[in-house]
Ligand binder design. Structure first.
Ligand code: SAM
Length: 386
């Protein structure tokens, strides 16, 4: 464990502190719609004592979201603390009082500065966004449109806790002018929803292309979160923003649902362990399974040469897997072989599909763009396989 700097004893670096406070100020402006987080960040931007806790962060991690996650962790663990009553995730959205949270938040932060500093010094922010199941479900159904009833073996690269690997166990509700469409398990306690701008859900239903059964599911992550480890799950939950309606509740429901039979998530680099993950998923799903390799906001962390290495491994796998698809939900320009926008797009997420059928590569398809958390999708079906 790295040494934990004492926030009081060590003299703050004024230049770094000023930079940190500028980031809080920018966060407050960018997320002005979030009453708690924008208020807190605006106040921390002008308060050296509370802001200086972030000086303890590991290199590259000194972002307001880490400070906010540490405090969220504290109030989730200690709902008796004064700041906790301002958190919808602790007391419920309907019970949050009106008024200024800052006096309670400041008091809690300063009373627990050591604990917060330790969290900040030893953690980075981590994500597993369950509502991304909206674009994952649509992408899987689109990928499988030409493979009949073949079961799926899904391998997720950068899977975090593996919550997206449970996509078929969730109810994914698409709303569109062409009518509502449901993918997955309609009776599920995990409810995901998004606006379907193009009516692609209706088209999928009309062509009989629902979400196929997932029989194999394996993830790979540099730092997987173990659903059985209370502390690890608590940190992942702490990284969620408490004020986004339904987000924390959906996360908790997905953890509860998958905890009894969690997907395997291999620890390691996604390129190095891809082939092994595919083998494991096929061992569960059967050799006739359609293998879909998925990445959602994960390839963006790879340097360009490693992205090309990943594409080469997939190309090699196409020689042994008769139905292989590569579904990507990444920022523009991250995925080799996918012609698409290289510039920022609305929602920041490009849904792409590359397919190999019986060893032959089909033309790569940009399906469209999505909100980064699946709040809306704007996608079309790929050209049908010949
Ligand atoms: C932003 S999170 C996305 C998690 C999940 N895919 C989702 O959409 O909710 C990115 C994940 O990729 C993982 N990751 C980053 N680089 C990786 C690599 N080279 N190999 C495996 N996992 C990696 C991180 O540990 C992290 O869990």
């Amino acid at each position: 464990m790295p040494p934990v700097p004492d926030p009081v004893q060590s003299s703050p670096d004024p230049v770094r502190l000023a930079r940190i406070q500028r980031r809080f100020s920018e966060f407050a402006t960018e997320y002005a719609a979030l009453p708690l987080y924008s208020t807190v960040c605006r106040r921390v931007a002008g308060d050296d004592e509370t802001a200086s806790l972030l000086l303890a962060a590991r290199p590259g991690q000194a972002r307001p979201v880490l400070w906010l996650a540490a405090l969220h962790h504290l109030v989730l663990s200690r709902p008796d603390l004064p700041a906790a009553r301002w958190y919808p995730s602790v007391i419920g959205a309907a019970t949050v009082p009106p008024g200024d949270p800052w006096p309670d938040v400041r008091r809690t932060v300063l009373d627990h500065a050591d604990e917060l500093t330790r969290l900040i010094a030893t953690h980075g922010t981590q994500t597993n966004e369950v509502n991304r199941a909206v674009y994952v479900a649509v992408g899987l159904a689109a990928a499988a449109a030409d493979s009949g009833a073949a079961p799926l073996a899904v391998v997720e690269l950068g899977a975090s806790a593996g919550l997206l690997l449970g996509v078929d166990h969730y109810a994914v509700e698409l709303s569109s002018p062409t009518g509502p469409v449901l993918l997955g398990d309609g009776a599920s306690p995990v409810r995901c929803s998004g606006e379907d701008r193009t009516g692609v859900g209706t088209l999928l239903m009309a062509s009989g292309a629902a979400l196929p059964a997932v029989r194999g599911r394996v993830g790979v992550d540099l730092d997987p979160v173990d659903l059985a480890a209370v502390d690890e799950v608590r940190w992942l939950e702490s990284c969620l923003w408490p004020e986004v309606p339904g987000r924390v509740e959906r996360f908790r429901a997905a953890v509860d649902l998958l905890r009894g039979d969690p997907p395997t998530v291999l620890r390691g680099d996604m390129v190095d362990r891809l082939t092994e993950a595919v083998d494991l998923a096929r061992a569960d799903a059967g050799d006739g399974a359609h293998v879909v390799v998925l990445s959602s906001w994960a390839m963006t962390y790879l340097p360009a040469p490693r992205r090309r290495d990943l594409a080469a491994v997939l190309d090699g796998l196409a020689g042994t897997v008769s139905h292989l698809s590569w579904l990507t939900a990444e920022p523009p320009g991250c995925v080799p072989g996918l012609d698409g926008p290289e510039v920022p797009v609305e929602g920041g997420t490009v849904l792409g599909l590359q397919r190999w059928r019986h060893g032959h590569a089909l033309p790569a398809a940009v399906l469209g763009t999505c909100h980064p958390h699946g709040a809306w999708i704007d996608v079309s079906l790929p050209p049908s396989a010949p």
